[in-house]
Design a protein around this ligand. Structure first.
Ligand code: DX5
Ligand code: ZN
Length: 228
């Protein structure tokens, strides 16, 4: 299981940028040395305008791969269904700060289930809003696009948000272990800067699946990240 002390980044390719209808077969060809995690974007057509898949699909997919699952819940009131995802024993379950009135209770529930607890923050939400919740998190996801779709351009202001968050976490007792994840518009051109800013888990949709060979694209992204 990857940890924050491993060298380099953890790449988490987002399968919504691929063909979901053939993923059960395709997933077996993904090289676990390049695909550290599989990023699963759960969208409900309410918290975000797009609709993807739920726990049933993820359960079926899990039967075909040993790559740890990185579940990103873009759903309203995740407290109503989070248990369905926890049952699947993923690597992490990430909820959105903006999606619930009870983020703290939810993060505690996720942790008690033995799953890493992630908290995501949209570009329009002041970073300070989540500072008091960081001690309940194993991972903070800094969104670098408005959530909902793959293939959107990276918002450059995210770099400063990652830097400020890393600085805040490193200044707190135990905070150095909290992982920062970045999601949205990551490419071969900007991956080194997000890594240098302090992102350790990097999501990539279009940059992995938009080219011909996902394994090759994933290895190239990981290589480019080390130049930061
Ligand atoms: C955006 C999703 C992302 C998206 C990333 O709402 O959370 O995970 O699939 O795709 P790219 O890397 O193409 O922006
Ligand atoms: Zn995502």
């Amino acid at each position: 299981m990857p940890t924050s002390s491993d060298s380099g980044i953890l790449l988490s390719p987002s399968i919504i940028a691929s063909d979901l209808s053939t993923m059960g077969r395709d997933v077996s060809a993904f090289d676990p040395l390049a695909f550290d995690l599989l990023h699963l974007d759960v969208m409900d057509g309410n918290f975000v305008p797009n609709l993807t898949f739920g726990p049933g699909y993820i359960k079926s997919l899990k039967a075909h791969t040993a790559i740890p699952l990185d579940v990103h819940l873009m759903i309203e009131s995740p407290e109503l269904s989070v248990e369905r995802y926890l049952e699947l024993a993923p690597w992490c379950v990430t909820i959105h700060y903006e999606s619930t009135k009870f983020p703290s209770r939810l993060l505690q529930l996720i942790r008690r289930s033995g799953v890493r607890a992630g908290l995501s923050v949209n570009p329009a939400t002041p970073l300070e809003a989540i500072f008091d919740l960081c001690s309940e998190c194993d991972l903070v996801l800094v969104m670098s696009v408005d959530p909902g779709f793959y293939g959107q351009p990276f918002m450059p202001a995210s770099l400063d948000r990652i830097r400020r968050l890393r600085e805040f976490l490193d200044g707190r007792p135990g905070g150095a272990a909290t992982l920062i994840q970045v999601d949205g518009g990551i490419s071969i051109k900007n991956i080194a800067s997000v890594a240098a800013a302090g992102a350790r888990v990097v999501v990539a949709g279009n940059a992995v699946f938009g080219a011909g060979d996902p394994n090759r694209a994933a290895f190239e992204l990981k290589k480019a990240a080390q130049k930061g």
